[in-house]
Design a protein around this ligand. Sequence first.
Ligand code: HEC
Length: 173
Amino acid sequence: MSWKLMTARRAMAMGGALILGAGLAVSAHSQTPPAGASPAAGPSPARTAIEYRKAVYTLIGANFRLLGNVLKGSAPYDAATVQKNIARLVFLSDLVSEGFPEVSNVGEPDTKAKADVWTNRADFDQKVKDFQTHLVALQQVNDAEKGPTEAFKTAAAQVGQDCKACHDTYKAK
Ligand code: HEC
């Protein structure tokens, strides 16, 4: 049982509105842990950001996989699935920037983001922007072509190059 729940239950068991109020005040306070708070107070802002961006990239990877396979010729072009995956990638690309707040540029383990993300922020932001722009372009091409045409392949390959360009510079191996 969580500490918060225990506090609330105990307070209710005692039936004192005053005590319940105090319990709630304490739990509200515990939601905004000070810097360097104990792990029991929840993940740090850095940890939260790292988990957020890794989750976003995991979904980006999962939704780009089919496009990569269509490019390689190892998966057929299925119009409905391709359209759906591109729409998801357009949406997901909009979530990336928020995963890299300044606070997450600290020696946290379990992240492959290089410190260069923050020292070269303008260039990193440009790479995020290019990624978004090329996804929107791919969506337009795909909506017009509705097939694995040369124009589709060129637009999809450009997005694949954006993944690689950013990883080469900003993601540790
Ligand atoms: C603007 C930069 C940028 C672009 C564009 C980008 N990535 Fe990444 N990607 C990163 C960084 C930085 C990390 C490391 C994140 C971390 O470990 O905190 C990462 C991590 C990942 C991961 C690992 C996630 C995890 O759980 O550790 C996958 C998978 C991934 N990217 C796939 C892709 C694919 C596929 C594309 C293109 C469709 C792409 N990325 C585009 C910068 C980028």
